[in-house]
Structure formats: C-alpha cells, structure tokens
Design a binder for this molecule. Structure first.
Ligand code: GAR
Length: 204
C-alpha cells in the first residue's frame, strides 16, 4: 500500500480543511495508472495565524497543527523559507491550500507542489474578495476553482471548476453559503483527480 502524505495550510475559519480531513484522511483509493492501493494521510495542518479558528478544529479532529506566525518574519521570502523548512519535516507528496490567505513567493512555488481552492470561476475575480466581487458583478454565475499553484496569484493550471447560477434577490450571505457548499463538494474530488486517485475501497 502506497501512502500519500498531505499537509494542509489555512489562515482562518478552516471549514475547507475540516471537510478535507473528514473526506480524505485515512481513506484508501486506487492509483489510476497502476491500480496499486493508496492511502491518504493528512499528517499535519499549518497556519500562519495564531488566532485561527481552524486550530480548534484540528484539535477536535486529532490532527497535529503547527503555528507559524507570518508576523514573526521581516519579509514574505523569510516566512516562505521557514514554511518550506517546516514542511520538509513532513515530506508531503502535495501541500493543500485551504483558505491560506498569504501570497506565496517564487521561493515557495518553485519548491513545493501545491494545490489551491479559490471561490470564483477563474480567471474571473482573483484576490481575497472573490465571493463579494462575484456577487456584485453582472456575472450570471458564481463558481469555485481548484488549481495548481504557481508564481502567479490564482493563476496556475485549473484542475476542476464548478458553478452555480446567481439567484435574483439572494443576499450576499446566502450566495456565500452556496459557494462554500460547492467548495466542500468540489475540493476533495479535485484533489483525488490531481493525485490520480480513484474509487474509495473502504471508509476507515
Ligand atoms: C474559502 O472560501 C476559500 O476558497 C477562500 O477562503 C475561504 C476560506 O474559508 N480562499 C481564497 O479566497 C483564496 N484566494 P475556510 O477557512 O472556512 O475554508
């Protein structure tokens, strides 16, 4: 059995992280190419925010959580070097960004293979206010994109996208909730696709 080791990065609420842990951690799959069995292990979560609500989600789920405050570092690159060093302790096959609200420098993106979720139909509405920007736009649809991370913010190759129609009269909060539900459905499947995994064997 091959072990596939993932580390999740988050900054705040951590609902996508919790969903990924509940959906993927300790689950068994087949590798599409070889039909070899593979088990996903989420060995750790890392946050840059010591006050993140997601830290208590990790405690409740029994997942080790490392806190690396970006405020302890003089510049983005120094933080990224420390983050890379921390991640090396876990030897992840891939790093999963789930509401990690830091721009990553090329030092990180050229070293670490990582996947991000963004709450818009990229390339539309990049940046940190994607849901509100979509809500306030003339777009007929909102959506979610999962993509490989490269040096361009929200710019890497798309793995999977899905969309919902906007509903006339809907509040921003209602629209936001529907986007989050879409995220919870899409992200685990997108990660399996990216890692070339298929078909759950058993629930562990
Ligand atoms: C999610 O909607 C995620 O897509 C978004 O932050 C939220 C985090 O919520 N990420 C970005 O906007 C990245 N540019 P969560 O902490 O409850 O998962």
């Amino acid at each position: 059995m091959k072990n596939i080791n993932l580390v999740i990065l988050f900054s705040g609420n951590g609902s996508n992280m919790e969903n990924l842990i509940n959906s993927l951690h300790s689950q068994e799959y087949f590798l599409k190419d070889t039909q070899e069995k593979a088990k996903i292990q989420i060995s750790c979560a890392v946050t840059n925010n010591p006050n993140a609500y997601g830290i208590s989600r990790c405690e409740a789920l029994g997942i080790n959580c490392e806190i690396l405050p970006h405020k302890d570092f003089d510049c983005r690159e120094d933080f990224d070097v420390a983050l890379i060093d921390l991640l090396k302790n876990y030897q992840p096959d891939a790093v999963i960004l789930a509401g990690f609200m830091r721009i990553l420098s090329p030092i990180f993106t050229s070293t670490i293979r990582s996947i991000n979720i963004h709450p818009s139909l990229l390339p539309k509405h990049k940046g940190s206010n994607a849901i509100k920007d979509t809500y306030e736009s003339d777009d007929e649809f909102g959506g979610v994109s999962v993509h490989w991370v490269n040096e361009i913010l929200d710019g890497g190759e798309i793995i999977l996208q899905d969309y919902i129609p906007k509903i006339a009269g809907e509040s921003l909060e209602e629209f936001e909730n529907r986007i989050h539900q879409l995220e919870y459905a899409l992200y685990p499947n997108a990660i399996l696709k990216a890692l070339n995994l298929t078909q759950v064997i058993k629930n562990g």
